[in-house]
Ligand binder design. Structure first.
Ligand code: ADP
Length: 489
């Protein structure tokens, strides 16, 4: 039987890689981290711009105040007062520089000594050129720092001076850099940690699921031989256990179906074989009659005897097959016990003996009933009678015993109906298979005497229908004892 089924190509294509999640989640987290980093960068830019605007405002204010103070001193050539004012800035982080139109530094708050010509400074140049206040950020060679500069032109008479105020921005750059690094580390660290945690959760949930998925796909492809992966704990354990149980049941069911199928084909082969011999006999007898035997009384009688014997064999075979089929149906259908009635074992034994009396008499066999116990049991009286009859008929046919004992005994809540003979017995090697259909110990004798090979199989089924079983106890030359054992309800 082919129980493999193929999934369509589409189904296979639609299957997602179960491990895909292991790289999609980290990618998503990385994307998220990148978006957050961009957002922080934007924020940093805004923050920096507003910080610089604030510095510019402060320096503008300071420069204007200084210009107001210094303008009259410069106008009156009061150099000492100018220097004095510049000295007030010595402890101030702001640096103040007064530049003459020639670019010469007149006064300087941080480095009062001789400084180079300042016309080269872009903000100074622009202030002189445009006559307007201007600002710039550049590296100061003098201070060796990045500085923010504000240059204010001061018009004194016909002369244009430039008062420049500056503030180092190294400190804010450093602070900004520290903030940026902190944010970057937080993002990278956070994203890494989130990835690790997510991967761990995925590993605990998704990996068992992926393995289970592999098992189920294999099962869906018809391969039931593999073991279903069952995790030691976790949410997927119950699911995996259910799948494993289902697979086991499926395997069992397929096994049962395979056995049933081989059983069925064996039965069909056996039945065909059993029918073949009587049919051949019947056909040859008919042919002989047609070929002229009908006109010779002796031949005609022989042909008629063959026809009678073989048709009886066929009839018995059909009856036994039907009996077995009915019994099997009843065994499968548990409601069959609803038509059970209270039965007296003694009555069963007596009617079975009555049925077999004639053939026993022909064989000069004595049938003796020992009804030691007679409890009422629930059952199908016709079937129980058939079972005991089959056992008596077998003993009469095959044992060669002159005496057959049929008894009924109760042991606890069990009833045993026994048919015992003292004849040839049945060798032990046959005991295991004797209740199988068409199994015969004495093949030729069974066929000669009209046996179908189904008698004991029918007995076994009747016992099972009554929740009981049948036992054999026999040795070669020491007779045979068949016992039907039932529970007393
Ligand atoms: P059959 O229709 O051939 O009698 P059964 O299933 O009733 O088929 O019996 C199976 C075989 O068991 C018989 O063919 C016979 O060889 C053997 N057998 C049954 N009962 C006895 C017995 N009491 N003594 C010896 N052989 C027996």
């Amino acid at each position: 039987m082919i129980l493999r089924w193929k999934r369509t190509q589409n189904e296979t294509q639609n299957e997602r890689n179960p491990y895909q999640i292991f790289y999609t989640v980290p990618c998503l987290i990385a994307l998220l981290a990148l978006a957050t980093a961009l957002l922080f960068w934007k924020q940093y830019e805004t923050f920096r711009a507003s910080y610089l605007a604030e510095i510019q405002e402060d320096l503008t204010f300071q420069c204007n105040v200084a210009a107001n103070v210094l303008s009259p001193f410069i106008a009156h050539g009061e150099t000492e007062k100018v220097q004095q004012f510049f000295r007030t800035y010595s402890n101030n982080p702001r640096r103040l520089t007064l530049i003459a139109p020639s670019g010469k530094v007149i006064a300087e708050s941080d480095r009062p000594g001789n400084l180079g010509n300042h016309l080269s400074r872009e903000e100074v140049q622009e202030a002189f050129a445009t006559g307007k206040a201007t600002h710039a950020i550049h590296f100061s060679e003098t201070m060796e720092k990045w500085m923010f500069y504000y240059a204010l032109p001061i018009e004194i008479g016909a002369e244009l001076y430039v008062l420049r105020i500056s503030l180092p921005i190294d400190s804010i750059s450093e602070m900004m850099a520290r903030v940026v690094w902190f944010i970057a580390f937080s993002i990278i660290g956070g994203a890494g940690l989130a990835t690790l945690i997510t991967c761990y959760i995925i590993y605990r949930i998704r990996l068992p699921l992926a393995k289970l998925q592999e098992s189920t796909v294999r099962i869906a492809d018809g391969d039931l031989s593999g073991i279903v992966f069952v995790p030691k704990k976790g949410v997927t354990r119950e699911l995996a256990l259910a799948v494993a149980k289902m697979t086991k049941q499926l395997r069992q069911r397929i096994g049962e179906l395979t056995v049933l199928e081989s059983f069925r084909s064996e039965f069909v082969a056996n039945v065909s074989h059993e029918i073949k011999t009587p049919l051949t006999g019947i056909l040859s007898a008919v042919e002989m009659l047609e070929d002229g035997a009908k006109d010779q009384p002796e031949m005609r009688d022989r042909c008629l005897a063959i026809l009678s014997h073989q048709s009886h064999r066929l009839h018995s075979l059909v009856l036994d097959i039907l009996s077995l089929a009915k019994l099997e149906q009843k065994c499968e259908n548990h409601l069959s016990k609803t038509d059970f009635t209270p039965i007296s074992p003694q009555a069963i034994l007596q009617s079975a003996v009555a049925v077999c009396a004639e053939s026993a008499k022909k064989n000069r066999t004595e049938l003796v009933i020992h009804c030691v116990d007679n409890p009422t049991i629930q059952g199908d009286s016709q079937l129980l009678e058939q079972a005991v009859t089959n056992l008596i008929i077998n003993a009469v046919r095959y044992s060669g015993s002159s005496r057959i004992e049929i008894s009924s005994r109760q042991h606890g809540n069990q009833l045993t109906l026994t048919v015992r003979d003292f004849g040839i017995g049945i060798p032990e090697e046959h005991h295991g298979r004797i209740f199988e259909r068409f199994y015969r110990v004495h093949k030729e004798r069974s066929r000669e005497l009209g046996g179908t090979g189904l008698g004991l199989a029918i007995v076994k089924h009747i016992a099972q229908l009554h929740d009981g079983h049948v036992e054999i106890n026999s040795q070669t030359g020491k007779g045979a004892e068949f016992s039907l054992i039932f529970p007393i309800s």
